[in-house]
Design a protein around this ligand. Structure first.
Ligand code: DAH
Length: 358
């Protein structure tokens, strides 16, 4: 094989092997650039005898145009590959139905969660969150539910399959385990609300297996039950958007608070419409109390130094009450007619300045 043929073979296979534009450009410069191998070869033609030139000229010219053509072809390959990749990544299925414009609404649960968050944020509370799948420790033990204590049976718990060690995780039955997670992660003073999904094996007009709670927690060196009552009263007035609410605190039991209370608000059910803040009826809306010393000990806080209060309430229930929604199960039926009727305008965050539920 003549040396020109051998050169052509080497160059063409190098061009084929180039992986990208940059590598190809390097090859082009090294061969066809001002000081490139082929350009240097062309210069030697000038110093040749006419006979020799007649023989080598066509060979060298052929070499140069073969290399130039191969580079152009390889460039085209890259261009096509890039275009193919882009077409695949930008593919849209034009047979899908057109998305209706401006028909999306905010679900009442989201709306009420945002309203609650706005009210408590205004009072200096941060938002904390935790996992839906919890260990028995966080859901019960750390919250002062002793092993085998009947209070564990108060919640119709969903248990996961036990792991190799026999430990069963649970779908959290309340948002209270996030009290523990929060106090493990940050030092007092702590003021948080904890909205989230919760689960119990229960289903009727006012219960669904998945529902929503919001927890409140305040821990400091001096926190009082008066503060708890005032905070809840401010919340109820702001949430129900009324001037006055009357609240009734009844003694109750929760393992993680001492004393524990359930709170009712005065309401009027006569005439088929529920009115908050007036009338002769009472309606239970939440549970609360002073954080039990054992809970503080479980997160290494000294109950002689720190104390706190907590509360928990059902978001779904608050949404039903405020917006007159009769059946909880409809919340999760994904029925567009229901969503259009009870949904809220998108892009309007509830806030205390312009009104919560406009
Ligand atoms: N975790 C309780 C429940 O699900 C609600 C509750 C009551 C939370 C009292 C609290 C509290 O933080 O202090 O029934």
């Amino acid at each position: 094989m003549s040396s020109v043929k051998a050169m052509a073979k080497d160059h063409l296979s190098a061009i084929k092997a180039a992986e990208d534009d940059a590598a190809l450009e390097d090859i082009r410069v090294s061969l066809l650039g001002k000081k490139g191998t082929i350009s240097e070869l062309m210069k030697t033609l000038g110093k040749m005898s006419p006979e020799e030139r007649q023989e080598k000229g066509p060979l060298y010219n052929g070499l140069r145009s073969a290399v130039a053509d191969a580079i152009a072809a390889r460039k085209q390959d890259f261009h096509e590959a890039a275009l193919d990749a882009r077409l695949v990544s930008e593919k849209i299925d034009v047979t899908l139905p057109v998305r209706p414009q401006g028909q999306g609404t905010i679900h009442p649960i989201t709306q009420v969660t945002d309203e609650i968050t706005a009210i408590f944020a205004d009072m200096g509370f941060a938002v904390a969150e935790g996992p839906d799948i919890e260990t028995d420790y966080y859901n019960f033990t750390a919250l002062n539910f002793p092993e085998g204590h009947p209070a564990r049976e108060m919640h119709d718990t969903f248990y996961m399959t036990p792991d190799e060690a026999g430990a069963r995780k649970v779908l959290r039955t309340h948002t209270s385990p996030v009290q523990i997670r929060t106090l493990q992660a940050q030092k007092p003073p702590v003021r948080v609300i904890i909205p989230g999904r919760t689960y119990r094996c229960d289903s009727d007009q006012t219960h669904t297996p998945m529902f929503h709670q919001v927890e409140g927690l305040a821990i400091d060196k001096s926190t009082t039950m008066g503060e708890l009552k005032w905070t809840l009263e401010q919340f109820c007035k702001a949430f129900f958007e009324v001037e006055q609410v009357q609240m009734r605190f009844r003694p109750s039991f929760f393992p993680f608070t001492e004393p524990s209370m359930e709170v009712d608000i005065r309401c009027d059910r006569s005439g088929g419409e529920l009115k908050i803040g007036q009338g002769d009826d009472w309606m239970e809306i939440l549970g609360c109390g002073m954080v039990h010393p054992n809970v503080l000990r479980n997160v290494d806080l000294d109950p002689d130094v720190y104390q706190g209060w907590a509360f928990g309430m059902g978001i779904d229930r608050l949404a039903m009450l405020k917006y007159g929604i009769p059946d909880l199960r409809d919340f999760f039926a994904a029925d567009l007619r229901w969503l259009r009727h009870y949904g809220f305008a998108a892009l309007e965050m509830p806030n205390l300045a312009t009104g919560l539920s406009r």
